[in-house]
Design a protein around this ligand. Sequence first.
Ligand code: ADP
Ligand code: MG
Length: 775
Amino acid sequence: RKGGSRRDDRDAATIKAEFEELRQKKAYTDILAARKRLPAFAAQGTFLDMLDKNRCVIVVGETGCGKTTQLPQFVLDSLILAGHGSEASIIVTQPRRLSALGVAARVSTERLEDGSVGYAIRGESKQSNRTKLLFCTTGVVLRRLGSGDKLQNVTHVIVDEVHERSVDGDLLLLELKTLLQQNKRLKIILMSATINHEIFIKYFNNAPLLTIPGFTHPVEDRYLEEYLPSLSYRPSGKGVKRPSEKEMDSLRSQASSSDESLLLTLHAISKSDRVDIELIHALVKHIIDSRANPGGVLIFLPGVQEIHACLNALKSIPNAKVFPLHANLSSDEQRAVFAPTSGWKIIAATNVAETSITIDDVVYVIDSGKVKETQYDPENGLTKLEEQWVTRAAARQRRGRAGRTKPGVCYKLYTRRQESNMQHFPIPEIKRVALESVALSVKVTHDDVKGFLSRAIDPPTMSALDHALFVLNELGAISPEGDLTPMGQHLAMLPMEPRLGKMLVLGAIFQCLGPVLTAASIMSSKPLFVSPMDKREEASRARAKFATGNSDILTDVNAYEECASLREKGASRVRAFCEENFISMSTLRDITSLRQEFLSTLTSLNLVPWGSTPSSPALNTHSAHTGLVKAVLLGGLWPRVARVVLPKDAVKFDRVQAGTVQRANEAREYKFFDVRAGAAGGRVFLHPSSVLFRAAEWRSPFVAYFQKQQTTKLWLRDATEVPVYALLLFGGPVTVNHVGGGLTIGTKDAFVKLKAWPRIGVLVNQLRRLLDVQL
Ligand code: ADP
Ligand code: MG
């Protein structure tokens, strides 16, 4: 990255003179007048004074007080005025791409687009040698540090929203703590909402704290049990068990009412695990009908899907404009929410509106109480977004958004009792995720991963780290001696789970990327095929029509591709096709956007040519070669492999009859054993939903799988039959003695050679030689 070393073409005196000129402009003073009303402005002197005397300053203040937009400018302005304008280089990190873009745009406006403000997010940046304030995502700075940049040319790093305690945020603080020792010029500023900030003071050896007082207006709380009686809405409560007498008593006292139908509604809503969009609709109507003056209504929802459902439900309300606000919007769509409207402005948002984005005219907040958070599922080793109750700290932030410009009201879609059960503070993300990615990215710069991470604010447990390092070794990202391999170096630069990253790298090398991109996206999404309880048979028949390659994943890839090919014939065709075939439209959309996202990261690493699309011919030379595609999938999935023992009398499965599907072979047992180098694998069961139950013939006794799930039995959720040679080349040693059959694959020599991940070039040649003949 050469950007950091390119010097401004102007000298300090010119920069100062140009700034003095800017400050005389009317447009600047107009905005400045508004800026001066922000609480942060009053703290300018104290802040600069503290920064002058210390290398690390911690700033807390209510959301909206001006931390993000003002403090970086205070630092810059003071440097320019002191004649240090030419060396000023201030990095401000944001936890999300959306806020990095939004805040950079806002600050640039406040400085009349004078060129001093830039941004950098993954795959997109705008900066020049005149950029002094660079807003970037935390990930961008971490990758910059990972590439060996010690930020020698940076004067200040401002870390925003440290209270969120994301893995990236915690890692950045850990890096900065070390960097403060090495880079004597660097100063750092941590900015936080007023949540649990003492921990940062301690972490940075009693760094001074600046508290910016907020100026929020009072906000009234309305809990579900309080406003429900005044709504006309009564959900059916279908599927919810009737409360016990004891529960009824408790409901009676909570709602201080004995109206049975009201109590049952309250029970149904609070027991439901989905956000009730109809309730929100009724509530919004209630607010609009009972208040004379239109204002902003901010609705906090867990995810994009709920936002769409909400927009859909609310669009019929007259005299109201409805806006979405979430991290996947374009900058234009994002800006729309700030535009003044005359009637009611309703914003359906994710937690991005909690602390990082402020919309001033909000008077009413509707809080669903839910958030999607990354959760680590040790069963499949994957990190997934899952819906959770928010913490009380987050609920307080959400509520505070209603009192920005005048007194407001916060309607909660939960009861007072439910709120009292919420956790107080969020659990730091580092305690909730798989550590493979973390360990790998740390490995690039710090050989002693465990030693380094033990100095984090909340160090992960050593056993969790040991497991992560073990998995990385199995994946070939680090050698048995613990050194980073060439594959590991590539994976460390890919911002996704290493397993999927490895698949994608291999897919790119072997030019079969299209299906691998789709497969990796499918594995990161919810199931593509839905299977409604009452239509299991029908749904499974629908999926069977796409069955291919003795593989659940490739079957889904096949279905995805059919949908994609229908797209040019119009959205209604796709919708009809999906409905007919039990395919989820929203998962389809997720897969499409993930494919694009994965591809652009591969592009930025030069693993595929610029301007490629998932279907570019150059990426797909071998995509029709199913054996190769499976080998590549296995490369990522290893050692998630099971050995299949077919019953003697059933080498073949019953074929699917035209039109009717026979649930073939369910009675006969196919034994699956987990295969793992050096360890005795246990018995596992193929999930009934697998298309492999319909396999016409088996070519190999091995299946790779992605997810294992323990319920009544240990189920493989999905399976892909994999060629033996694929296993030899992309897998590792297989122990099969316990299965009873003495099958060994490959020779001992071959395993020894392949045990440590060979240089990619060697592997390519070996595989190419074998490709035509063996796979
Ligand atoms: P903090 O970081 O303390 O939460 P910000 O610096 O983000 O506060 O915002 C301070 C104020 O700046 C907001 O309350 C709002 O009035 C104004 N503001 C921020 N972003 C924008 C924007 N994009 N358009 C208009 N005003 C904005
Ligand atoms: Mg902020």
